[in-house]
Design a protein around this ligand. Structure first.
Ligand code: AHG
Ligand code: MN
Ligand code: MN
Length: 360
């Protein structure tokens, strides 16, 4: 029994619940259903081309786009269905919302309704699924209206601080589930023999300092001055103002970047930029920024819009986008500081534009 000393996800949840004797068990049941959904998606992803689920959804009829205007992959649609099917029946949910559904999802009439809302990105990084990089599912659990009537968009527009739990599953060389129920961050590795998530990474802590940053540098000409300044200073390395060399990473799969940062520190930026003024950032607040933000903060890191903690933002709409910076505490705080120094930015920016290694 090589795993005799490890807890399963079920054991972990039951032990956590003992701290709340009045808890009904609905919450644990919901997390376990989400975990089953993630296991099913992990299998679909792992079969790749053999599973017949690669490529774009509804390609024969010209393809389909989601509410974001993004082409849906077959696996986006399939993963969305798996989340729904595994969680809608149990009586724990008042409703759901997802990147792949324009409107809130109503629990079908034949099932009881419960007190939680499940908000998810069924497959993050899916634009790269065809090249076999790590992708994942991101989820956030909020309290619902508890009225038994249909949920409406406003029910979901809660600040990230209100999340009851958040997590992601990562479909990489190993499948992992990383979870916070508001008491630290715990990482579980799927044992393919048992089909169980085993606790392998208790109480994850993000180092406060880092020499690794992640940003899509092809957008540099659209960045705001504080972001340009921060990246220029990193690139200047040892002889520059930071007096140390930095390393850069960009996987284009946020969930994989978040995982790297939880494991060894780093900073991730998808800041607000001027590329498309209709889009205040690339990532979505409710099902990308907030759950990842909760995990970062719970692991001693920070998550910010650049200006303020992302978890404090009151959402305006279900699919709202936002600028997002997260990771090692001291770096995120430095980026926030650069945003709050307008005069210095104005002063320094022409200088940096001149010397910028990303000159336009
Ligand atoms: P999704 O696949 O759910 O639409 O999200 C993709 C996101 C995120 O995972 C990643 O960080 C970012 O898009 C990549 O953006 P670029 O293509 O601009 O690099
Ligand atoms: Mn995503
Ligand atoms: Mn997605």
């Amino acid at each position: 029994m090589p795993h005799a000393h490890r807890s399963t996800l079920t054991q972990f949840l039951i032990e956590e619940r003992r701290r709340f004797p009045e808890a009904s068990g609905d919450f644990n049941a919901l997390i376990l259903d989400v975990a089953i959904a993630c296991k099913a998606i992990a299998r679909a992803v792992a079969f790749g081309e053999l599973g017949g689920a690669m490529g774009n959804h509804a390609e024969e009829s010209g393809g389909s786009v989601n509410v974001q205007g993004e082409t849906q992959k077959k696996l986006d649609v399939l993963s969305n269905q798996v989340f729904i099917q595994r969680t809608e029946w149990a009586g724990n949910l008042a409703g759901m919302a997802s990147e792949e559904m324009e409107l809130p999802y109503q629990i079908p009439a034949q099932y009881p309704r419960g007190k939680y809302l499940l908000v998810f990105d069924p497959l993050d990084g899916s634009s790269n699924i065809d090249v076999n990089v790590s992708v994942g599912s991101i989820f956030s659990i909020l309290r619902g209206p508890d009225t038994g009537v249909d949920v409406v968009e406003a029910d979901f527009l809660q600040a990230g601080t209100k999340q009851v739990a958040a997590g992601y599953a990562l479909y990489g060389p190993t499948t992992m589930l990383v979870l916070s129920v508001g008491n630290g961050v715990y990482g579980f590795t799927l044992d393919p023999n048992l089909g169980e998530f085993m606790l392998t990474h208790p109480k994850l802590k993000i180092p406060e300092d880092t020499q690794e940053f992640a940003i899509n540098a092809s957008n540099s000409r659209f960045w705001e001055a504080p972001v340009k300044r921060y990246v220029d200073e990193c690139l200047a390395g040892k002889p520059g103002p930071r007096a140390k060399d930095f390393n850069m990473r960009w996987i284009a799969s946020m969930v994989a970047e978040a995982h790297r940062i939880l494991m060894r520190g780093g900073v991730f930026m998808y800041p607000r930029d001027t590329k498309d003024l209709a889009k205040p950032g690339r990532l979505r607040l409710l099902y990308e920024a907030n759950p990842i933000g909760m995990l970062m903060e719970q692991a001693g890191g920070r998550a910010s819009t650049g200006e303020k903690p992302v978890l404090q933002v009151k959402p305006g709409s279900l699919h709202q986008r936002i600028g997002l910076v997260f990771g090692s505490k001291n770096e995120v705080e430095r980026i926030e500081r650069y945003h709050s120094e307008p005069e210095r930015n104005a002063m320094i920016n022409p200088l940096f534009a001149e010397r910028s290694l990303f000159r336009d």
